[in-house]
Design a protein around this ligand. Structure first.
Ligand SMILES: *Cc1c(COP(=O)(O)O)cnc(C)c1O
Length: 369
């Protein structure tokens, strides 16, 4: 008999009975969306929890990325990383911008600031880096380049919920930061997302853009989209937020146990955590090196044979998908570090409900290969 499946992640869901009072309020008020009371409460609660001043909720992270580009009127070429979820670059194509891929740093697998300048052309207007796996980018170096060349910076912070560096929330960096609250993320609202912005005026513009450009009943100021979060999603977020301390604690324990048990395994390299004062342990990436007895895909398959579904995030690279691979910056010769990482990386299961026994099953297989 096969043991029960273990997936790379499992959404955190609070007890159902705790959600009923929220539903009753929605049923009573008949306010289902359009910036209702739960929407307002969640925006405030997230600002408090994350330590940021202004945040606009969205129906998902991808629409938040597209709206962030719209809010800053980004055009032309945007420098970004090939080592991410495909939505990062898709948001640029959807907004009629041209992604220009720049290689990543070997330690963090984040956009390498040392390679950005060479990719800047007169058409470049912005940089879209990703805090990959929640490891903060070199935000100081990126901002310095942006200042020198007058570029906007939009962080895809989909992995960086709750992450802090020495100065506070990583979400304060750049012109805007974008979060995803998709079911697979550390904090979820089933589907959802947010833009973190520096001032009330920018938030107001973003709020207009996510609601068709409406300012009032008769005034439309921009060709906005519908990207509002509904009351049911916002209510779920409020309940979920109450559980975040335990969620983060459990993730930290799982992370620590993997690091402890895998550190002596030849050919398995746990990606170091760098630059965080507070980490969120959103993923557990390991690099399967040539001196491991199996290839990365061999280990992936072996785990699968034991009903453990690790994931190769991020393989294939975004730059290898058909709508990108013809671009000059997508050539593998331009992206050696990202190309090597995509061949070696495997993300192991990490989520609050992963039991110590289940984690041991994963460890035994990685150790015993
Ligand atoms: C999840 C994710 C997104 C997209 O978020 P959705 O809420 O699923 O639209 C964008 N970028 C990165 C890096 C992600 O991991």
């Amino acid at each position: 008999m096969k043991s029960k499946p273990i997936f790379v992640t499992q959404p955190y869901v609070p007890p159902l009975e705790d959600f009923i009072p929220y539903l009753e309020k929605i049923w009573d008020s008949k306010i289902l969306t359009n910036g209702g009371p739960f929407h307002q409460q969640l925006e405030q609660a997230l600002c408090d929890y994350l330590g940021v001043n202004h945040l606009a909720l969205f129906s998902n992270g991808t629409l938040a990325l597209v709206t962030a580009l719209q809010a800053l009127r980004v055009t032309g070429e945007v420098i970004t990383t090939p080592y991410s979820f495909v939505a990062t670059a898709h948001s640029l194509l959807w907004h009629n911008c041209k992604p220009v891929f720049v290689d990543v740093e070997p330690d963090t697998l984040n956009l390498d600031p040392a390679r950005i300048e060479a990719a800047i052309t007169p058409q470049t207007t912005a940089i879209m880096p990703v805090h990959c796996y929640g490891n903060p980018c070199d935000t100081a170096a990126i901002q310095k380049i942006a200042d020198n060349y007058n570029l906007r910076v939009i962080y895809d912070a989909a992995h960086a919920f709750g992450v802090q560096d020495a100065g506070g929330s990583v979400l304060r960096h750049g012109d805007l930061s974008v979060l995803s609250f998709h079911a697979t993320k550390v904090f979820n609202t089933f589907e959802g997302g947010a833009i973190v912005c520096p001032d009330a005026k920018t938030k107001q513009r973003i709020d207009h853009l996510k609601n068709f450009g409406f300012v009032d009943e008769v005034t439309v100021v921009a060709p906005g989209i519908n990207a509002k979060m509904s009351e049911i999603n916002a209510a779920f977020g409020l309940l979920q937020l109450k559980h975040m301390p335990q969620v983060m604690q459990r993730r930290a324990e799982i992370d620590a146990l993997y690091r402890d048990k895998l550190q002596g395994v030849q050919g398995i390299h746990c990606l170091p955590q760098a630059g965080q004062a507070v980490a969120n342990h959103s993923y557990f990436p390991v690099l399967v090196q040539p001196d491991y007895p199996l290839s990365r895909d061999g280990l992936y398959q072996k785990l699968k044979d034991h009903n453990i579904f690790a994931r190769r995030y991020f393989y294939p690279l975004i730059s290898d998908f058909p709508m990108y691979r013809g671009m000059p910056s997508a050539h593998r010769g331009n992206l050696p570090v990202a190309t090597a990482a995509a061949q070696r990386v495997l993300c192991l299961p990490i989520y609050p409900a992963l039991t110590p026994e289940d984690q041991q099953r994963v460890i035994d297989i990685v150790q015993g290969a």
